[in-house]
Design a protein around this ligand. Structure first.
Ligand code: TRP
Length: 361
């Protein structure tokens, strides 16, 4: 069976380092591993509209931001198919048929939906479009017969919901759809990278994100002000690692080789942590090291973005070509879905013959 990746992001803002360690970095590795037959990366604008229906301009403005972030991280249109969700009407059509396979109570119990309803104060009145977006997400995944969906941990309930839809469809109609597997980061730090203020949630409104497109100065400034251990007042005090954002970021970003380059007194992160907890290691020194590590990671991304920004129409052309190719695949699956459901009347010679016989008899 072929190995196919599908994943995507809602275009509601520029992508940040949480997206990077949570999924983007992995996608690029998978892309370059050569192990996958097809890779689809989707800008989920239709899904973004489910909770931004009153602000389509925000979604519209962020399409290019996400595309630039994707490509500057190393997603290569020659290897990965980048496309825009709303331009593939087949996805919407699939959603309509999958809706029959999902109950209201199942959606109500989807932990991601529950969480987001709270977050958005939707308790009193939940838009139906928002409520059903897990079904639409199942269409995104299954339209491309994706086997592998690299996502953040918060998306696990979405993949589970998609798997249920696949099983139900295949049982009731015919085995057309493929059950996807989620691929989530293996380290805790990458699963849930906190904001620079130590808050669990990174958000634009909290101003606690480091964006992939931030300048070197912005990155330096944000790390300088990063939350550490409030009890670590003097350098000589023993420091705590638990909830210490600087160390969480080091967990997510630093490799042993960074020590050789930037902090050769230590062989690896374990040694640095041991010194910090013992006492005698100042926050500023650790922050300087983190700055070096992150600049090394972000600089090539920033530079590639600068290049891509010079020709924005070319980026839209990439998305257009990707969308056209993706649409063909989605149309093929939709046609198989409709055959399985036997709602392909005009191609169904057996139906036509049968009905004719019924009336000729
Ligand atoms: N829900 C994802 C997010 O919020 C975006 C998304 C939409 C997605 N459709 C998808 C991710 C399909 C993986 C597969 O980031």
């Amino acid at each position: 069976m072929s190995k196919i990746i599908l994943t995507g992001d809602r275009p509601t803002g520029r992508l940040h380092v949480g997206h990077y360690v949570g999924s983007l970095r992995r996608r690029v590795e998978l892309q370059n591993s050569g192990e996958y037959d097809k890779i689809y990366i989707m800008i989920a604008d239709a899904q973004a509209l489910t909770d931004n229906f009153d602000n389509p301009e925000k979604v519209r403005q962020n399409i290019i931001e996400v595309a630039l972030d994707y490509m500057s991280c190393g997603l290569d249109p020659a290897k990965s198919n980048l496309f825009i969700q709303s331009q593939i009407s087949e996805l919407t059509e699939l959603t309509f048929y999958y809706m029959n396979l999902v109950t209201v109570s199942r959606l109500q119990h989807n932990p991601t939906v529950k969480n987001e309803i709270q977050l958005r104060n939707f308790e009193a009145s939940i838009p139906v479009g928002f409520f059903t977006y897990p079904i639409s997400q199942a269409s995104d995944i299954t339209a491309f017969k994706a086997t592998t969906v690299p996502v953040g941990e918060d998306q696990l309930p979405m993949i589970e919901q998609a798997r249920e839809i696949v099983r139900k469809f295949n049982t009731i109609y015919a085995p057309v759809l493929v059950e996807p597997e989620a691929l989530i980061p293996d380290s805790e730090a990458c699963k849930r990278l906190p904001g620079t203020d130590g808050k669990a949630k990174m958000s634009k409104s909290l101003g606690n994100c480091i964006y992939l497109s931030d300048s070197a100065d912005e990155v330096q400034e944000k790390i300088k002000n990063m939350f550490t251990d409030p009890q670590h007042l003097r350098v000589s005090d023993p420091g705590h690692l638990e909830g210490n954002t600087v160390f969480t970021y080091l967990d997510a970003f630093c490799k042993d080789e960074h020590f050789e380059r930037y902090l050769p007194e230590y062989a690896n992160l374990d040694e640095l942590k041991a010194h910090y907890t013992r006492g005698g290691l100042g926050d500023m020194k650790v922050k300087r090291f983190l700055t070096n590590v992150m600049q090394e990671t972000l600089e090539p991304i920033r530079n590639r973005r600068k290049e891509l920004e010079k020709d924005i129409p070319a980026v839209f052309d990439v998305l257009k070509a990707g969308t056209e190719a993706a649409r063909e695949t989605a149309a093929q699956t939709l046609s198989e879905v409709k055959s399985a459901m036997k709602i392909n009347y005009f191609e169904d010679q057996e139906l036509i013959r049968q009905q004719a016989e019924k009336y000729q008899a």
